[in-house]
Design a protein around this ligand. Structure first.
Ligand code: NIG
Ligand code: FE
Length: 382
């Protein structure tokens, strides 16, 4: 079954950053892109979508989310907006709710948020556990996440739950909990931060996860300067996420390694924190990704267009850089080469925007601009 997306006004391929073709068409078959070129010479296909001069971009790759939860922490958000700081302590209130929830409640939450993401153009999403913090609750969180994506992340080391000492919990997270979760996880992540796991505990869990065959990710430098970024580079983690507080040594380490710096501007927005300087990272040659971090505490937004708008307005990125970071950058952060760019042989994941160019994603913040979403070569939303 072949599909032609015809009469594209502006096609942003993100390969490399800023590449735009005018008056283009894209053909796909069996879920893959088979042809890209001028609309005037497009091949015949079984089905045709007329983009009517609209812009087309790659589907967003949201490389960081926490969707396996239930409940609502809007009161915590309102308190922050009234002057209370974000401490990550609210994670424990979600943990209590998740432990009490049945599988279907958690499954429904993931399902509605993945659907919400798709409607906004996200075609690949990473989903973490981390709100169970027992062997059984982390295992079922990942089993449920796995029903929706192959990009699942073991985050047993999110915070130390009440009633257990941090070193004892570290051994649990590096031992039996990891063993129970590894069959359902592609990645392991640790929240390496004051108040969560220190650098030795994080290294212990991540090296055990690597030995169990998982790829590595780190939550680092969110609440202050710290060792998270350098640990991620030391372990060749695919990504270190947040990067809100960076020293020059952190930037140098990132520039010298293969670890992607994943920026989560929705968190700075929702916690009233200072935005990191993305231009500083890009100038140093660091690969930057943008992701939502969609979770009930630090950022309850699933919107990649919002992340692009914030990155452009608040973090010194050009629109082309932000669009790349939200697509190709997310793919790099997941070490995927089949998504995030539009090229022959790539997965046919595209968003038709209700706009003449990708610039509108930042130019028209807050406005729903999804006309249609093609995922795996089929219309997934229109
Ligand atoms: O990425 N920083 C740690 N974990 C999440 C927040 C989770 C929460 O507050 O519930 C984050 O910001
Ligand atoms: Fe997170």
């Amino acid at each position: 079954m072949s599909l032609l997306i015809d009469r594209i006004g502006q096609l942003t391929t993100c390969d490399p950053v800023g590449t735009v073709l005018a008056d283009a068409a894209v053909a796909c078959e069996d879920g893959k892109i088979t042809w890209i070129g001028p609309a005037a010479s497009a091949p015949a296909c079984d089905e045709r979508i007329d983009a009517g001069g609209r812009a087309v971009i790659p589907g967003f790759v949201d490389s960081h989310s926490h969707l396996v939860f239930t409940g609502d922490r809007s009161a915590e958000f309102a308190a922050r907006m009234a002057g209370r700081p974000y401490t990550a302590g609210g994670i424990r209130s979600t943990v209590a709710l998740v432990r009490d929830a049945d599988d279907d409640t958690l499954r429904r939450n993931v399902s509605r948020l993945v659907a919400e993401m798709l409607r906004q153009g996200t075609t690949t999403v990473e989903v973490k556990g981390g709100y169970g913090l027992t062997i059984a609750d982390e295992e079922r969180s990942l089993r449920i996440a796995r029903e929706f994506t192959t990009e699942t992340t073991y985050l047993g080391a999110h915070v130390v739950p009440d009633g257990i000492d941090a070193d004892a919990y570290t051994e649990l997270a590096a031992g039996p909990m990891l063993a129970a979760c590894a069959p359902y996880a592609r990645w392991a992540d640790v929240f390496c931060e004051r108040g969560a796991f220190d650098v030795d505990q994080a290294r212990r869990i991540l090296t055990a996860a690597r030995a169990a065959g998982l790829g590595l990710r780190v939550h680092g430098n969110q609440l202050g300067e710290g060792p998270g970024v350098r640990l991620a580079v030391e372990l060749d983690a695919a990504s270190v996420d947040h990067c809100t507080y960076l020293t020059d040594a952190d930037v140098d380490a990132l520039a010298g390694g293969d670890t992607v710096a994943t920026l989560l501007p929705g968190v700075e927005f929702s916690t009233r924190s200072p935005y990191p300087d993305a231009a500083r990272l890009l100038d140093a040659g660091v690969t930057v990704a943008l992701a939502s971090d969609c979770n009930p505490g630090s950022c309850f937004s699933s919107s990649m267009p919002l992340m692009i708008a914030l990155a452009v307005r608040e973090m010194g990125m050009t629109v082309a850089q932000a669009l790349w970071a939200a697509t190709a950058g997310g793919a790099r952060a997941l070490r995927r080469d089949d998504v995030g760019t539009l090229d022959l042989g790539k997965r046919a994941d595209l968003v038709i925007l209700d706009a003449p160019s990708g610039d509108h994603l930042a130019y028209r913040p807050g406005v729903p601009l999804t006309h249609a979403v093609i995922q795996n070569g089929a219309i997934a939303f229109s």
